[in-house]
Write a protein that binds this ligand. Structure first.
Ligand SMILES: NC(=O)c1ccc[n+]([C@@H]2O[C@H](COP(=O)([O-])OP(=O)(O)OC[C@H]3O[C@@H](n4cnc5c(N)ncnc54)[C@H](OP(=O)(O)O)[C@@H]3O)[C@@H](O)[C@H]2O)c1
Length: 268
């Protein structure tokens, strides 16, 4: 007997995914792609986005793409309003993100990177999720997935802005979940460990419990469909979180300062 697919979308659903040109967003697009499903796929790189779109169309989905830079929150909000007016969004997945760490030899990330990452990883997703939640609550239906990270569990000296932006999105997401439950809008925080995507492939260093991207997409879709408040995976990262919580902070920080991770430049 075929295994039941607990993340499968209903016929007629409209699913909007940011970060659909690569990695987890692209894998989610392929997961959801099937006849009767409409996908709106967003990212900056039109060529890579078209590749995801073509693959999804070949599986029977109808697909629209939009090239958009999430560091422009106003343009992103306007685009969301237009898309939702045209065809109400049933599932919004805010997967896009950037993950630049402190460059080798630098004392901290640059202020430019800090500002851009705060917009892409935090401010714009927060604005989009808030707009979507208000619209979905009026319709008494909807699902929103926000992309956090297990990096948010730790004070990472190499990635202060990344871990900070993901911690912010984490608190926002669970608070929005609490606010939206009465209106049948379910908000899910996704907090993954290492997933095998171009983002993690830029890193040199140990990547414990690395998860294949297709497996990650299935897990994420299932959690969103179930309306879970939080998905942390692999589960072992709950242990590192608990460990940091019980260690005296100076000791935890000394250990975290010793982490050696190198990051290759981004291709985009
Ligand atoms: N991979 C991991 O190990 C891991 C672990 C924990 C959390 N995450 C989170 O999961 C999410 C997806 O990451 P991934 O692994 O799939 O990375 P990825 O393969 O590098 O994909 C990142 C996506 O975000 C889009 N993006 C980046 N900056 C953007 C901007 N300014 N405007 C619009 N789109 C932008 C990229 O598209 P364009 O370049 O075409 O714009 C791309 O589609 C991120 O939020 C990341 O922080 C990943």
């Amino acid at each position: 007997m075929p295994k039941q697919d607990h993340g499968a979308p209903r016929k007629g659903w409209h699913i909007l995914i940011t970060g659909a040109s690569s990695g987890i967003g692209a894998a989610l697009a392929q997961y959801y792609a099937r006849p009767g499903v409409h996908l709106s796929l967003w990212a900056r790189n039109q060529e890579r986005l078209e590749k995801t779109a073509e693959d999804a169309r070949s599986k029977g989905a109808s697909v629209e793409t939009r090239s958009i830079d999430l560091s422009d929150a106003e343009a992103s909000l306007k685009a969301f309003g237009e898309t939702d007016d045209q065809h109400p969004v049933d599932i919004l997945i805010l997967s896009a993100g950037m993950a630049d760490i402190r460059p080798e030899g630098a004392l901290a990330e640059s202020a430019d990177v800090a500002l851009k990452m705060s917009m892409v990883n935090f401010a714009t997703p927060v604005a989009l999720a808030t707009e979507a939640a208000n619209r979905m609550a009026k319709r008494r239906q909807g699902r929103i997935g926000l992309m956090g990270s297990v990096a948010s569990f730790h004070d990472l000296p190499l990635a202060t802005v990344y871990s900070g932006s993901k911690a912010g999105i984490g608190r926002f997401s669970t608070a929005l979940h609490a606010a939206m439950v009465p209106y049948n809008v379910k908000v899910t925080l996704i907090a993954p460990g290492f997933i095998d995507t171009p983002m993690s492939q830029r890193l040199e260093g140990d990547q414990a419990f690395l998860v294949p991207v297709d497996k990650a997409a299935r897990k994420i879709a299932r959690a969103i469909n179930a309306g879970r408040a939080v998905l942390v995976f692999p589960w072992a990262f709950q242990l590192t979180r608990a460990l940091e919580a019980i260690l005296p902070r100076p000791i935890a920080h000394r250990i975290l300062r010793g982490l050696e991770i190198m990051q290759h430049p981004s291709s985009s």
